[in-house]
Design a protein around this ligand. Structure first.
Ligand code: SF4
Ligand code: SF4
Length: 104
């Protein structure tokens, strides 16, 4: 499992680099973020939640039933919209209000 950072969308804000618990993310010479070794990413999704530019996607591999789906998170105020897109293009969106997230 790993993330992929889209250089086209990355604004170089550094928010993802601050939250990665494994210190896997770094600023390239361009100022945009890259990942040191994708194999070391354990998919905590912290970086996805911090990115306001939709530049990070997380791959849900076959080993966890994701069949190659891509997960991204778009924030709207306190609401995180978790979007999974399957290889066939089918999309599922789950919206979670961060203020209610601990209620479950
Ligand atoms: S949070 Fe998003 S825009 Fe900011 S540096 Fe990371 S990938 Fe780039
Ligand atoms: S998903 Fe977690 S471990 Fe992987 S790069 Fe992002 S913050 Fe780091």
């Amino acid at each position: 499992m790993s993330i992929r950072i889209d250089r086209e969308f990355c604004a170089g804000c550094g928010r993802c680099r601050e939250v990665c618990p494994g210190n896997l993310l770094y600023a390239a010479e361009s100022g945009k973020t890259e990942i040191r070794n994708p194999k070391d990413c354990w998919g905590c999704t912290s970086c996805l939640k911090e990115c306001n530019f939709n530049a990070i996607q997380y791959y849900l591999g076959a080993d966890m039933g994701g069949r190659g789906s891509r997960l991204s998170i778009r924030r709207e105020g306190n609401v995180l919209n978790w979007t999974a897109v399957r290889p066939d293009g089918q999309k599922t969106v789950i919206s979670v209000d961060k203020k209610q997230a601990n209620a479950y």
